[in-house]
Structures are given as C-alpha cells and as structure tokens.
Design a binder for this molecule. Structure first.
Ligand SMILES: *Cc1c(COP(=O)(O)O)cnc(C)c1O
Length: 380
C-alpha cells in the first residue's frame, strides 16, 4: 500500500510542442474531449461519426465511401492498410527513404508479402527513375507503398508521380500521409491513391491515438476478393465495412468516444480555416523559420524543392552538443524540439511546425531559444 501514498492527480507542465508530433492541441479540442461520454451506439454519437466521416473526406480531398478514423495511432492505420491489402505471396514494391518506409517494409514481410525495396538515401525523395525501373523489372507487383512526408528526414516525395507510375502498371498504391495531411496538399482522388493512412496528432493537432484512413473502390475490391482471412481480427476491414458503408451500426469494438469528439473539433477548425489557408500558413511560417535559422548560421538537411514545411531537419553545427540544446530548450523555454532518428541520430534536430503549433509566436520562440542556447552549447 505504501507505494501509492503521496500520488496525486497528474498535472502536465505547459509545453510548446515543436517536435515530430504530437503537436499542440488547441483548447477547443481539449474542451470537446471533456464533454460527457455517451454510448458509441447512441444515435447522437452515430450522427457525430457521420459528420466526422464528411470532415475526413474534406481533409483527404476524397469522395471515398470508406473513410474513417481507425481506433489507434498512425501505426495502427498503417497496419490496417497492409494486413488488408497484402495477401501472402503478393509482390509489393516498397519505397524506403527513411524510418517510416522501413516500417512499411516490416509490414510487408510480416503479412507474407514479397517485398521489392526501392532504396533512397535519407534526406532525399523517392527516386522516380529507380521506382520505374523496379516496377518494370517486377511486372507482377500488385502493390506499391511509399511515405508522402518522411518525418524522420523532412522530405516530401512526389505522390502524384509515384501513384501514376504504379497505376500505369496496374499496381495499387498505399500512401503514408501521417505527417502530410493538413500541412501540405494530400489529394487522394486527384492522385488516385488507393489505401491511405494518417494520424491525429501531427498537422491535424488532435491528441495522439486515432488514425484516419481512406480506401478507393479498387482497394476494397482487392480486400473483398481475399482468398485468405486477414491475419488481424481487429483490423480486418471486412468486419467493419458494413458500418462505414452505411449499413448496420453494430458492435465491433468500443469506439474511443471522447478522442473522437476531439478529432471532430480539430477537423472543424481545419474547415473553418480552410484547407488551402492551412497549407499556406505552413508554407509561410516554414519560410520564416528557415530565414531565421540561416541568419543564425544553420542549414537544413534537405534540398529546398523537397522540404516539408511542417518538419524541418536542421543540421547540428560542428562542435555543438545537440542534446544540451534540446534539454535546455525544454527546461528554460518549455519548448520541445525533436532529436534525429536512426541514421540521423545526433546529426539533426527535427523542428516541427505542425497544425496548431505552426504560429509566428512559436517560430520566434524557437529562434530565440536557439540563438541563446547555440553559443552555450558550442562553448561546452
Ligand atoms: C508519426 C508517424 C507514423 C506513426 O504514427 P503513430 O501515431 O506514432 O503511430 C507513421 N508514419 C509517419 C510518416 C509518421 O510521421
């Protein structure tokens, strides 16, 4: 018993979140989540979910019937796409130019798919030439997967061109838009992406734990025609399609009721701002951040043409203790910036400008913190 004595309610500190996610959650979203929990089959909840589906279609720029938030973080949305679309023996071309492409490869292996990896250096986009060669060498490939916005490096790949190359050869396209959705254009219908997953906590600025997904008719045809059962019960689309296609609203799992209120509110805020205006805000404040970083003598990892406005991989200057800067930014400024991941650990900081975190005040705070901490970190 003694071990729990002295434990009181948890009061998180105030932070400014400028890392690779989660981003700052607006008070409106937090307030929405604090509203009374109702039953997930309550007609009023079902009505809210119908609106949520419309709001997600707006964000994804799609008319896809099957567009909904998976109950789970972005990683669960990812698995939902792979376990449903990939059947044992299916050949899948996987583009890997960072950590999240590596996870897609893991998924293909675990679902019994036969991967063909198109490898590009961290910090560069998916090479269309290499991809075309891989597709031509593997005309039996059924699926292609890629990461639109590589959060490990800050690189944007050309989703429209990648999807076009796959479709010319009859392959379906799985796209990771976890970091792109809401920050840069994600045009699901125009680009004809087939299975798309995202996350609630990056540019949508809801709390972590929900993963918006959307599926084209071609993707659903493949799922419906499976010869083997989906290896996951929870993620098996064939079990939830009736719900999302407007049929019976029956029990599959208990929906995370309050987080879904939050996502509804976050998407409503995106509609109020306007998707194009949100993309513009990310682009403009990214430009302001980069200008300030360059004034401080710093450079970015990625070529300007492929930079993500919402995730800036900033090279750690020689002789600077990068961990000191992050630790002191958090301690003195309440400011979280991200460390490098995998191959870039210790080499870059990842400064996020995602959703609600993407403000002029935050850009200024980050530049102020860096201008103070960099000289200290270099002198150590
Ligand atoms: C964050 C992220 C994920 C995983 O999302 P989680 O919510 O952490 O599971 C997947 N892909 C990309 C590109 C991401 O940035």
């Amino acid at each position: 018993m003694a071990a729990v004595e002295g434990i009181t309610s948890f009061e998180p500190p105030r932070r400014v979140l400028m890392g690779p996610g989660p981003s700052d959650v607006h008070q409106r979203v937090l307030d929405a989540m604090a509203r009374p929990t109702i039953g997930h089959l309550d007609p009023e909840f079902v009505r809210m979910m119908d609106e949520l589906k419309e709001l997600l279609r707006y964000a994804f720029r799609t008319r896809n019937q099957v567009t909904f938030p998976v109950s789970g973080p972005g990683s669960v949305g990812m698995e939902t796409c792979f376990v449903n679309l990939v059947e044992p023996g299916d050949k899948v071309v996987v583009c890997r130019n960072g950590a999240f492409g590596g996870r897609q490869l893991e998924n293909v292996e675990r679902t019994g798919g036969v991967p063909v990896v198109v490898e590009d250096d961290w910090g560069t986009p998916v090479s269309l030439g290499k991809l075309e060669a891989a597709l031509d060498a593997n005309p039996d490939a059924r699926i292609l997967s890629f990461v639109h916005a590589e959060t490990s490096t800050g690189v944007r790949s050309d989703a429209a061109e990648i999807a076009a190359l796959a479709h010319e050869r009859g392959a379906l396209v799985i796209a990771d838009t976890v970091t792109s959705l809401g920050g840069i254009p994600v045009l699901v219908d125009e680009w004809e992406l087939d299975a798309v997953y995202s996350g609630s906590q990056k540019c949508l600025s809801c709390t972590p734990g929900l993963s918006p997904v959307t599926f084209s008719e071609a993707a659903l045809d493949k799922v419906r025609a499976r010869k083997t059962k989906c290896q996951s019960w929870f993620m098996d689309l064939n079990l939830v399609l009736p719900y999302w296609e407007g049929g019976a609203r029956t029990y599959h799992h208990t929906a995370p009721v309050n987080p879904l209120y939050g996502l509804h509110e976050a998407l409503l805020m995106l509609v109020e701002e306007g998707l194009e205006a949100a993309w513009r805000r990310h682009a403009e404040l990214h430009a302001a951040l980069v200008a300030g970083l360059e004034e401080l003598g710093m450079s970015l990892l990625v070529e300007p043409a492929y930079r993500l406005p919402q995730l800036n991989a900033v090279c750690v200057p020689d002789g600077v203790d990068e961990a000191f800067v992050r630790t002191e930014a958090l301690r003195r400024y309440g400011l979280e910036i991200g460390a490098g991941l995998g191959a870039l650990a210790g080499k870059v900081w990842r400064i996020g400008l995602m959703g609600t975190s993407c403000t002029r005040a935050n850009v200024d705070l980050c530049l102020e913190a860096l201008s103070t901490l960099l000289p200290e970190a270099a002198a150590k």
